[in-house]
Design a protein. Structure first.
Length: 125
């Protein structure tokens, strides 16, 4: 959300793509984790061959999200080539500094994680 606001202020296509990429990653991770957990269930009368298809379905969703976000970004970049806009470079620098500070704080908070998920947050942020 922070990057979507930053893109609006700065008119930067790269910040727009990064925000779309981050949103796609977050959605993909959440959906894949849910479906991976579901795929570990034992067979029952409805799913006699277990639930393994959910794992494959999760990878299809993840791939689709990344492909569609890339297509959206390419279209946005092509529009910017033919219709350039003024970019607020000072706003981009401020946004970058705030982003580095937030990632540093996240790294400090997760450096001594007591679970695998907590210690992996640094790579997701």
């Amino acid at each position: 959300m922070f990057e979507f606001i930053g893109e609006t202020i700065t008119n930067s296509a790269s910040i727009l793509y990064d925000s779309i990429h981050d949103l796609g990653d977050a959605l993909s991770i959440d959906i894949s984790c849910f479906l991976e957990i579901k795929s570990k269930k034992k067979p029952d009368k409805n799913y006699t061959f277990e639930y393994i298809r959910y794992s494959v379905f999760g990878s299809v969703i993840t791939t689709s999200i990344l492909v569609f976000s890339s297509i959206f970004a390419i279209i946005a970049f092509i529009k910017r080539i033919f219709n350039p806009v003024n970019i607020n470079y000072n706003g981009m620098i401020i946004l970058a500094i705030v982003g580095v500070i937030l990632k540093f704080v996240a790294a400090l908070k997760t450096r001594e994680g007591d679970s695998l998920n907590k210690s992996q947050l640094i790579y997701i942020c």
